[in-house]
Design a protein around this ligand. Structure first.
Ligand code: HEM
Length: 464
């Protein structure tokens, strides 16, 4: 009988034969070989990883599979893209379900990868030799965002057209600064980025061709390669992270064979993920509005929901909200493992009780800070309303996006000095910026209406 879940036995002829058999299963099979033959018991605890990385990977597989089928029917030209998507939905047998699955799997991937990032961060799993895998992870997260964004345009409906128009304008955010400096004619990095993205000043065939190529070739291939490296690094880094109490262990101590229990569990998770996505695809259709019409802008024209936090900040200042703050945030994300090197916290949720307290307080502080600023802005206006003639430099430099960022950096520095810990400071800064991102995004999704004005609900929007 198979030994299910008992620790690896290290002695005896029988045990050696069993070890060989189980190890062989893993090492001879290409797919199973991604796993080490033996896995530490701590890594198997569902409450440690929640299987989030795995679920992200499975969602990616669903995206690939459904994407290849969609590609057979889709035509990437502005004349026929919309018609081809309509054909997929209304004529191709099973086309609607495949399209829905593709859409919901890609949106799901965005959410789950963030949850995975949060898990990795709050368990200190980027510390020590795992820093490189954290960096690879951040790149993967950016690629997932780009993959979603590039797919958004393909249906060529009103939603897609205006969302990507807004997105491409965000790419040109640097123009606020170069305009103020009076150098845009000679040096226009914002315009360059926008042109690189959409191939011109407005969204048209060059944009659709670029987005299509990025969406079906460049991004999936890059993700495949990087995921391979990500998984390989997990093995090279000695399996998943675990608390220091297990750190000195060598060999088979506290390990279980990956075959068969872990393998079957993973297969069950795969089937579960497919079932959930299929269910959502059956009950909810991916949106498809009328065909794109460059002459009729949507009002409000909103970028895809995952960029609405940035669009909200852009409404305060294009340069600060669309470039400066997001760039600083990315620099922070990439640099976390290199600023914080307190390896004693590896594998411990929130680094213990003190860390949990810092995390909770940081979250409340960020929530209050952002909400109070938004309240002031909506109730009393901001600099331009108080001093109509004020210099645009001040509007660009002093707004809720920059004030929020600056306050967070100061508070993180205070945590570092007060607690004498870079890990706690990183947790504070990470938590505050994540909460702010969520609040800005929520405001962008639910509380902004025509002309980007604040409304408590869609029912209050003026009839247009
Ligand atoms: C396409 C996206 C991604 C996929 C498919 C993926 C997949 C995985 C899987 C399967 C694991 C094993 C444990 C688990 O399930 O949690 C893992 C671990 C890890 N991931 Fe990801 N991941 C992705 C993105 C990210 C991101 C965005 C980050 C962080 C920025 C990240 C950082 C890490 C690190 C550091 C580990 C090792 C964790 C440990 O040792 O406990 N990954 N990833």
């Amino acid at each position: 009988m198979e030994n299910k879940g008992t620790p690896v036995n290290t002695g005896g002829v029988e045990a050696a034969a069993e070890r060989k058999q189980r190890t062989g299963r893993i090492t001879r099979n290409f797919f199973l070989h991604m796993h080490a033959p033996r896995v530490h018991i701590h890594a198997m605890k569902p409450s440690y990883t929640f299987g989030l990385g795995l679920i992200t990977g499975f969602l990616f597989l669903i995206m690939l599979f459904t994407g290849v089928i969609l590609m057979i029917y889709y035509t990437p030209s502005v004349e026929s893209a919309y018609r081809s998507v309509k054909d997929i939905v209304y004529i191709v047998p099973g086309g609607r379900i495949i399209r829905n699955m593709h859409r919901w799997a890609s949106q799901g991937m965005l959410i789950v990868v963030w949850l995975h990032l949060l898990r990795v961060f709050y368990t200190g799993s980027y510390l020590g030799n795992r820093s490189l895998n954290w960096v690879i992870g951040v790149v993967l997260m950016i690629l997932i965002l780009l993959s979603n964004f590039s797919g958004y345009l393909l249906p060529w409906d009103q939603l897609a057209y205006w969302a990507v128009t807004i997105g491409s304008n965000i790419a040109a955010s640097a123009r606020e600064l170069t305009d103020l400096l009076g150098i845009t004619v000679a040096f226009d990095p914002g315009g360059f980025l926008k042109k690189l993205l959409i191939g011109g000043e407005t969204v048209g065939q060059p944009a659709l061709s670029r987005f299509f190529a990025m969406h079906v070739i460049f991004l999936p291939l890059s993700m495949l390669v990087l995921m391979g490296v990500h998984f390989w690094r997990i093995r090279k880094d000695g399996g998943l992270s675990r608390p220091a109490v297990f750190a000195g262990e060598k060999g088979a101590e506290n390990k279980l064979y990956a075959w068969p229990v872990l393998m079957w569990t993973e297969l069950a998770i795969l089937l579960g993920v497919v079932a959930v996505i299929l269910f959502i695809a059956l009950v909810a259709d991916a949106p498809l509005l009328e065909e794109a019409n460059p002459a009729f802008p949507e009002n409000p024209a909103k970028s895809p929901w995952y960029f609405l936090g940035i669009q909200e900040m852009v409404s305060y200042s294009a340069f600060a909200g669309g470039l400066l703050v997001p760039l600083l945030y990315l620099v922070f994300l990439f640099s976390i493992p290199y600023r914080d090197r307190e390896e004693r916290y590896v594998g411990v949720w929130f680094s213990g009780a003190e860390g949990a307290r810092v995390t909770g307080r940081s979250a409340v502080f960020a929530l209050l800070l952002v909400i109070v600023q938004l309240f002031v802005m909506e109730r009393f206006g901001w600099l331009r309303d108080w001093f109509p003639g004020i210099s645009q430099w001040l509007v660009m430099l002093i707004n809720p996006a920059t004030i929020t960022g600056l306050c967070f950096i100061l508070v993180a520095e205070w945590i570092r000095r007060n607690h004498g810990s870079t890990r706690l400071a990183a947790m504070g800064l990470f938590t505050m910026s994540f909460v702010a991102l969520v609040v800005f995004t929520v405001v962008g999704i639910w509380f902004r209406g025509p002309n980007w004005e604040f409304f408590w609900s869609v029912n209050q929007w003026p009839v247009q």
